[in-house]
Design a protein around this ligand. Structure first.
Ligand SMILES: [Zn+2]
Length: 271
């Protein structure tokens, strides 16, 4: 009898564990779907640029005449996929010259130290976010309470904590980027625009043909650009005003799909 009841109890526990795993799996799949986790590369009009989307984070690989530049690099938990994708695109140790970080958050910087070691690339970012990566503290140089966090952002943050714990390897950047930093030295026809708001050290990379890699300055998760996380709304508004001065055709955000200047103008004028 004892054996039987233990068996029954074990069967019950096993069923519960299976149910839990099943539920976790379903939520995980939903999370992956919601965050557009399509492991793909997409060549845009500029043939030399490829979007790599990992778990909802966009990384952009730019091929210059002689080498590669990677803008942001995702969570460390996606490392193997990133390396595979880079290999597929011909980016290997020795020809990745520069890693540009649009800001310090771990979903954009989680593979930086690894990539520098493996590929020999330099890491470049704005000094106002550098302690975020040096200490591994995303609250550094930010308000105690951010000016805006959307519900979507809260949900994604919660999911990522529960389902995707990701180790962060601290590092010190090699190069500090600031306003108008000219990237032509790296054979990349582009310059840096400082656009604080999401964080103090957020930057955009504006190419000669009007593409702006804007990190988390604006998200575009549901077809309309929006501020899902804004640390400082005054800084953000000043950055929005600043961007009006530039000729920008396409925005390439850190999350979601690219959007046009027209969509940006609709966002800007909506309030
Ligand atoms: Zn992000």
């Amino acid at each position: 009898m004892c054996g039987l009841s233990r068996d029954k109890r074990e069967t019950g526990i096993t069923a519960n564990i299976k149910r839990l795993i099943n539920m976790k799996l379903k939520i995980f799949i939903l999370f992956e779907f919601l965050t557009f986790n399509i492991i793909c590369g997409q060549t845009n009009n500029q043939e030399m640029m490829t979007t790599i989307n990992f778990g909802g984070v966009n990384c952009y690989l730019v091929q210059t005449d002689t080498s590669f530049i990677l803008i942001d690099n995702g969570f460390s938990v996606k490392r193997d996929l990133l390396v595979k994708r880079l290999e597929d695109l011909g980016c290997n140790p020795g020809n990745l010259r520069l890693i540009i970080l649009t800001h310090g958050d771990h979903d954009h910087t989680g593979n930086s130290a690894f990539l520098r070691n493996k590929y020999g690339a330099k890491i470049a970012m704005h000094a106002d976010d550098s302690v975020i990566v040096e200490k591994g503290d995303m609250k550094w140089n930010r308000k105690d309470k951010p000016d805006k966090i959307s519900l979507t952002f809260r949900a994604i943050l919660l999911m990522s904590h529960i389902f995707k714990p990701s180790e962060f390897e601290r590092f010190k950047p090699d190069i500090y980027l600031d306003e108008n930093f000219d990237l032509s030295y790296y054979n990349f026809d582009a310059k840096v625009i400082h656009i604080p708001g999401h964080s103090k050290g957020s930057i955009g990379i504006l190419t000669g043909d009007g593409s702006l890699f804007c990190g988390d300055f604006l998200y575009n998760l549901f077809g309309k650009p929006d501020t899902d996380f804004c640390d400082n709304i005054d800084d953000f508004n000043a950055s929005v005003e600043k961007l009006k001065r530039y000729k920008i055709n396409t925005f390439y955000p850190g999350h979601g799909k690219s959007f046009t200047m027209e969509q940006f103008t609709i966002f800007r004028n909506r309030d």
